[in-house]
Design a protein around this ligand. Sequence first.
Ligand SMILES: Cc1ncc(COP(=O)(O)O)c(C=O)c1O
Length: 452
Amino acid sequence: MSDGMAHFDIPGAKSRELMARRQEFVARGVSSTMNVFAAKADGAMIEDVDGNRYIDFAGGIGVMNIGHARPEVTRAIAEQAANFTHTCFSVMMYESYIALAERLVHLTPGDFEKKAIFLNSGAEAVENAVKIARYATGRPAIITFDNGYHGRTLMTMTMTAKVKPYKHRFGPYAPEVYRAPFPYPYRMNMSPQDASAYCIQELERMFVGEVAPDQVAAIVIEPVQGEGGFMVAPPGFLRALKALCEQHGILFIADEIQSGFCRTGAMFAVQHDGVAPDLMIVAKSMGAGMPISGVVGRAEIMDAPPPGTLGGTYSGNPVACAAALAVLDLFEQEDYAARSREVGHVVMERFLKLQEQYALVGDVRGQGGMVAMELVKDRTTKEPDAHAASDVLAAAHRRGLVLIKAGMYDNVLRVLVPLCVTDEQLKQGLDIFEEAFASVAKAAVATTTSVS
Ligand SMILES: Cc1ncc(COP(=O)(O)O)c(C=O)c1O
């Protein structure tokens, strides 16, 4: 090709072979964005089994903020695995669990005594945060938000907003979950400030018309909504929410599973608004791919449930704890927050240019290195264009870019590139993005012209 960009003939032979086996033996409910299989990865690059190399703009859905295969992390994993892989912390304890709790307590915002527990997945951590909040307050209700995503277990699926594919036909859902509006200025046709004020007013209305505040254990919020489409809580919103919580004795729980660990340009996204949550939920980039999540927060709340009520066979597995400790060392040694802001700035500029050029781009938004664009068929009606988003993905994959979507309408292209990405890789990734985007946007114009 004259542009010098790779154009992979994917899936290659080995991926096709694996796909046939997958189709025979793996349940189809587990879907995959790309039709190729990984062989190895390093930094911000992934190579598939046929030798095609991709720039990774997905980071395994926001898990690889420090990048793939950092030697410090793989060494820690190997050393711990050689020592022992499991005793179950509930049977015989090990130091790494305590060391990690200590580190998280110091790392998370809040000038008060804190404690932590560890689990395996993000959803499991959300479940535990809810259990702890209910026990500590003696109240049943949980408030979550429109567009929110908290996982696929029964409680977290209930807390998640999007019906298809997450909830449809998987009910009945867990009781006592209420949903409040989240500021989404683009679709609310409001300024961020007005959207915030409206959402706080709606919550106050809910306290009269839906659930008494003295029955609400916690409000659980993603400071930047992830799967919902990268809607950023406007300045002041989290603070106003926290004040409302304090007024009613409701716990403020931040789900920082996707937004945490420097993704938004601060260690945690709540720090942009100067808020210290009562409980914070962490996962994803803390373990750089090892399955580990945690709940950390006010000691008196964390200590409310008595011994034996929390935990699990694998929770806080020693290999995963070792990986997380190595990851936290890297966060201490290198300024990933600054890098996140730099990366985000570069991506944002390119996305804004595309918005100037193409009517397909309805909105560009984000915080730090968590950036997205929302595609629409028409800027006036804002009708979502999920097809165009899928087409951009496929075109990007063929050109060597791992790219994923988000959004209530499946029409949001999001960037969760590992923050170790080099300037050159980032530029190349954005060039590919732009070319893939242009191929689809041009096609969209051509179709419209031929129809009219
Ligand atoms: C904000 C948020 N909460 C919870 C989850 C669920 O985490 P997991 O998939 O590890 O269960 C996710 C996953 O994408 C998430 O982004």
